[in-house]
Ligand binder design. Sequence first.
Ligand SMILES: Nc1ncnc2c1ncn2[C@@H]1O[C@H](COP(=O)(O)OP(=O)(O)OP(=O)(O)O)[C@@H](O)[C@H]1O
Length: 859
Amino acid sequence: MTVTEVKGKLLKVSDARRRIQQWINYTKRNCGGLRLQGTYIKVYLRELMKWLRKSLPLSYDRRSRAFTISLAVAFGSILCGGSYYFRGTKKRLRSYSAPRPFLRRTRSQTLLASGARIMYISQDKISQEDQDERSVRDSERSKSRKNNTKKVYISKRDGEVFERDKYLFKAVEQSSARHSQIFYSRFLNQMSAIVKILIPSWFDKNVILLSLEVLFLIMRTWLSLFVARLDGQIVRDIIAGRGKRFLGDLAFWFAIAVPASYTNGAIKFLQRRLSLNFRVYLTRYVHDMYLDDRLAFYKLAFDSQSNSSVIKNIDNSIANDVTKFCDAICSVFADIAKPVIDLVFFAVYLRDNLGTLGVIGIFANYFITGYILRKYTPPLGRLASEKSSADGDYYNYLANMGSNSEEIAFYQGTKVERAKVKELYDTLYAKTMQIDQSKFNYTMIEDYILKYTWSALGYVFASIPIVITTLSSGVNLENSNMRDFIVNKRLMLSLADAGSRLMHSIKDISQLTGYTNRIFILLCALHRVHFRRFNYGAYPLNGGEMRYGGGGKEMVGGTIQRNFNGIRLENIDVIIPSKRAGKGAKLIAGLTFQVPPVIQPSLSQANSTQDLDKNFDPNVPLFDSMGASLLILGPNSCGKSSIQRIIAEIWPVYNKNGLLSIPAASNLFCVPQKPYFTRGGTFRDQIIYPMSSDEFFDRGLKDRSLVQILKEVRLDYLVRRHAGWSYMDAVADWKDVLSGGEKQRMNFARILFHKPRFVVMDESTNAISVDMEDYLFQLLAKYRFNFITISQRPGLIKYHDMLLEIGVNGDGTWQLQALGTAEAITSIDNEIDTLKNQLADVDKLQEQRAVLKKKLQVV
Ligand SMILES: Nc1ncnc2c1ncn2[C@@H]1O[C@H](COP(=O)(O)OP(=O)(O)OP(=O)(O)O)[C@@H](O)[C@H]1O
């Protein structure tokens, strides 16, 4: 390239730059009427503000320029703010997911000392085939997994929040029971209580999202106004044949389309984001109450509203109603805010064109229409709530069928199940149809009024100023009339659209009312049940006001002593929890026993710690003290399992003179009658339940010790089914995979793993063979566990030191005796006598059998 060519190129570049500068200056001059060539941005803004101030009241043209400039400034700042916020979010997320080069993550969360948690969420799902392959690309894959792991910080929940909110919900619930107030709105009251969960403080990120959404909504209206004006201008340019201006306006049209599209996208994004955030907040709030050590998930069955569809299908309420509510509230907010902002802006603008009377006319029209539509709105809130409950019933029945499929198959119960599923589906179908039908009539009226009547009125109102000006002046300014008409018409149509959206939202509000009510019922029930002094749905017998949980007369009067070095029940009435509280069905009266019979104070030190690492050596017992054991015997339904419920504190002690003394939670292990296995858990998860695998690894525990435990309970053959110890990581539906006996032996494995000092077992060996049963009880004795066994089989007496017989006379009485004592021997002798008497009748029975056989041969 020669020197001249280079110079020529440079000249061309500087020429282009000069032209761009000229164009920018021209635009500034043209838009703002300002001549500020070569000024800095600071000076420009100052001058601009001065100019805007000076030029008030603005002429039509100046106002349009001022409008353009303010629009640009506002949009710019929103754009910068928005991008800063989202960039910040991305940055935060990136910082959470900082790669950790040499570790392969096996666990999903870490518990910090502060009580907060850090969860790691893998974003890329590796397919099963990929996992099986374990190819050379393994290292690469693990690298990509590392990069796609999100780190989410979950702060510790402030327990005080629930105590405070309980009274708030109680107040709102009680106020909804009174209908005396004139301006009372149940929906708004309920919403005011729930909003405190969704937006806990003024500085919450949801406030930022909400403000951004409002700003973008304002922006959107502003842009619509601008577009309406530009539309009018373009039509005028065409009619007047101004080609150059037409092209300029068209270019502007394309330019304005960019921020307009961005704004619409941003509104939708913010709406979805807000809904997701609300859902996260609400779900966490519900989970924190539903799933904590106060066992709300169990006690809900005893709540005063346990029959409501919300509580009956609580899984559906937590999973679906919360989502529907959050989506509904965000869309209703956008659906109301959008038209309201439109109405305000358009009305102010139209007032200049149509006059105050015109605007009053338009709004009068809106109110009348609103009134008519309100009158014909079907009760969508109630219908939505009913449909949601029908949805839940149908889903739950199918889920229940799935988990009991084998039992149903044995019973050949397909026909009856099918009939039930069909019935539930029909109900769901009927509810859905009811909503659709009720919407049909309403949509017809709505469409007629909002689409057609309003548009017609729009034409009328838009033409009024032109007709009046033409009539009064006698001159027909076609060009400007055309522009004014186009602008007015467009605005009128936008106004009609805004109004119709507002009217449409009446329907959405009605639906939101239903969801709000369901969520409110759910939260109130959870607050009641989560309350420390939950009264198990009791009502005062003499009528009076329903108790929320705390106030009023105490319904649960027994005393509970914790961290006791044993299990002691003193004068406890075993009563089935009901709304009749202490006056409910009494199964056992004044029950008193203690395990071990003599409490050794020296053991208190060992009481609070468990050495999970301790190896199993048959010659070295786990505990210093001699283990004690008690067998609870009794016929069906006499209340044996209920004693276990009282010891586990899931049933209350009603009688005031009853005293329950129990050890620390870590030293008490209750094995229920029905074996339980976590769904979708590994084999390891089943052995260590209720410990999580995170905690297992955090404590540095090893699979090795689990295999040793399995050996102890003779289940180690399960591990050998797979090569190595991979069986520990195997995921299956363990409830179905393991046999009845295996399931019960897994319970013993759990006991050996957790090493609690005290174990309460309910029918925990009834599916195990006699020799294995013998071995397992000896195992418990060998390691010196203190255990209480609940059973109907006197055969177990030999493994126990004490015997508690319930319902000896069939009237809730009981009898406690130490085995091996003269009393116990007499009791066993009595039993032997009964058996001997029965055996004495054998000859008679055999004769009867022979007679029956003869008769059968004759037949
Ligand atoms: N949640 C409940 N609501 C109402 N009644 C209950 C509840 N739980 C148990 N009962 C009733 O309490 C009585 C005693 O039940 P429990 O389970 O204690 O019997 P059990 O002696 O263990 O019988 P089984 O030997 O058959 O297991 C039964 O009549 C049962 O119907």
